[in-house]
Design a protein around this ligand. Structure first.
Ligand code: PEP
Ligand code: MN
Length: 342
């Protein structure tokens, strides 16, 4: 249920409503907009009728049901866009954000070289997988804890915040101690125990769309994180499985404006895992920024031919620099700040 406060409602009246909602066993999520405050009352739907009686409280204008099943992720419960701040980087704000780095941390030397390239190109956040979700149990599974330590060194050297994947609830403590953003990979998008656990973290979560996940299912997964107490969620479109086989996945460009219309959360795009080939990364990145994405997640490697995973889709340094240059030019002509669909 949404409780809409009057324009001139006082802080005390807002507090009274929040306390009243909580006293009935519901969680209250006040959202202070420019015009007025709205309070999302989230909990068992069966109590709807009782919540409607908020209308008789001082300062309350009206109540209305939240129509979407993803209540906290929905634009219905929050005015404006959520921004997620990591160090000096703001994700979901007027500036387009680039997260880049290798698929996997392979060695200290490789990661440091990648980090220097990513920094030189002007990206904002450094990526690298220490725990790798691989289709085959015989493939390289990641450097795990040692990989996290290397990522920490790369952050120290470059000053760039880190994003890395966490695959297992048992490792969340370890990964969140090292990283700035916790990544939930496509394969874990509906691992509800993991979603609830990262929902208890204070670190932002980059939630990737699963290859078989609808937009609504992705938002329901975000809802698990939000309702567990973490409001710093970034969504990532990374391609879905379709009948098409000429690319690794099919980048769902339409998901960008669709998500932007439905949710206040930032939306970024991973063209590397979508396409599966470096050749398509630049054109898909152009499309992503033009369609209103808040940023990109791109794989970059100094020697892709030697990469232990995803070499084919990794950009060489020169190509990455070209991409960064082009993105700046595109960003300059699309007025990102007026693109918000409401
Ligand atoms: C990754 O970003 O390293 C990754 C494994 O991507 P996805 O979960 O989208 O396949
Ligand atoms: Mn990869």
């Amino acid at each position: 249920m949404i409780i809409v406060m009057k324009k001139n409602a006082t802080a005390e009246q807002i507090n009274n409503v929040v306390n009243w909602v909580e006293s009935m066993g519901y969680a209250a999520y006040p959202s202070r907009g420019v015009e007025r405050t709205i309070i999302g009352a989230i909990g068992d739907d069966r109590g709807k009728a009782r919540l409607m009686s908020a209308e008789i409280m001082a300062g309350v204008e009206s109540t209305m049901p939240i129509l979407k099943p993803y209540k906290l992720a929905s634009r219905e419960t929050k005015e404006g866009n959520t921004t997620v701040t990591v160090g000096n980087v703001v994700i979901g704000g007027p500036e387009f954000v680039v997260m880049a780095g290798p698929c996997a941390v392979e060695s200290e030397e490789q990661m440091m070289e990648c980090a220097a390239i990513v920094k030189k190109g002007g990206a904002h956040i450094l990526r690298g997988g220490a725990f790798k979700p691989r289709t085959s149990p015989y493939s390289f599974q990641g450097m795990e804890e040692e990989g996290l330590k290397i990522l920490e060194k790369a952050r120290e050297k470059t000053g760039l915040p880190i994003v890395t994947e966490v695959m297992d609830t048992n490792n969340v403590d370890m990964v969140e101690a090292s990283t700035d953003i916790l990544q939930i990979g496509a394969r874990n998008v509906q691992n509800f125990a993991l979603l609830k656990r990262v929902g208890q973290s204070r670190k932002p979560v980059l939630l990737k769309r699963g290859m078989m996940t609808t937009v609504e299912e992705l938002l329901m997964s975000a809802e698990y994180i939000l309702s567990s107490g973490n409001d710093k969620v970034i969504l990532c479109e990374r391609g879905i499985r379709t009948f098409e086989t000429s690319t690794r996945n099919t980048l769902d460009i339409s998901a960008i404006p669709v998500l932007k219309g439905l949710t206040h959360l930032p939306v970024i795009v991973d063209p590397s895992h979508a396409a599966g080939h470096w050749k398509y990364v630049l054109p898909l990145s152009r499309a992503a920024i033009a369609a209103g994405a808040d940023g990109l997640l791109v794989e970059v490697h100094p020697e892709p031919e030697k990469a232990v995973s995803d070499g084919l889709q990794s950009l060489k340094p020169k190509k990455f620099y070209c991409l960064m240059e082009e993105l700046k030019r595109i960003e300059g002509c699309i007025k990102r700040e007026v693109q918000v669909v409401s």
